[in-house]
Design a protein around this ligand. Structure first.
Ligand code: 5GP
Length: 191
């Protein structure tokens, strides 16, 4: 029997639907699961650290990485660029680790072309009203930014049918449990 190649899990969902928190929850205590840290041109928010949430780079640096084919996928979102480092993902799956990519719907489509066997999970809030309340409570973005994110959420939610699983984040514990169940089942699934 050959070495097991790692799985790729793609998690998408509107900004403010709990992707970061849920990501942390599924990663903690699972040594075979790693998260890919993306590269972005967005400035760091308060509390974000280089190499932990993102690798923060200039537009010029991003363009040179993109031209050097260093990204598995990339997208422009809210005027900033975001990309998944290609080498990291291949290195981990070749080591037999499962990799989680927390990326937007445009990026997910690109990953599907490279890894059709990847597992696509869409995370959504119970409603746009709940999402709006969460974004306001988070206070990370200005009012205009929140409006932009809500419109974007509406657009993104139209793509949920392209995903293998839709997880509604109404209750954090329940959503965590569902994500962990998906990961466990995919690990024992015979393709
Ligand atoms: P934020 O700026 O709120 O951290 O992220 C904005 C959006 O960019 C989120 O939907 C997030 O999932 C997405 N995103 C983060 N990193 C990447 C990436 O490497 N590629 C793509 N396509 N989307 C990303």
């Amino acid at each position: 029997m050959g070495e097991r190649r790692g799985l790729v899990f793609v998690i998408s969902g509107p900004s403010g639907c709990g992707k970061t928190t849920l990501g942390e929850r599924i990663l903690s205590g699972d040594r075979d699961l790693v998260r890919s840290v993306s590269v972005t041109t967005r400035p760091a928010r308060k509390g974000e650290r280089e190499g932990r949430e993102y690798f923060f780079v200039s537009k010029e640096k991003f363009a040179s990485l993109r031209e050097g084919n260093k990204f598995l996928e990339w997208a422009e979102i809210f005027g900033y660029f975001y990309g998944t480092p290609r080498d990291f993902v291949f290195e981990k799956i070749n080591q037999g680790k499962d990799v989680v990519l927390i990326i937007d719907v445009q990026g997910a489509r690109q990953v599907r072309k490279i890894f059709p066997q990847a597992v696509f999970i869409f995370l959504r809030p119970p409603s746009l009203k709940v999402l709006s309340e969460r974004l306001k409570k988070r206070k990370l973005d200005a009012g205009r930014e929140i409006e932009k994110r809500l419109r974007q959420a509406e657009r993104e939610m139209r793509y949920e049918r392209e995903y293998d699983y839709i997880v509604v984040n109404e209750d954090l514990d329940r959503a965590t449990e569902l994500l962990k169940a998906i990961i466990s089942l995919e690990r024992i699934k015979q393709k």
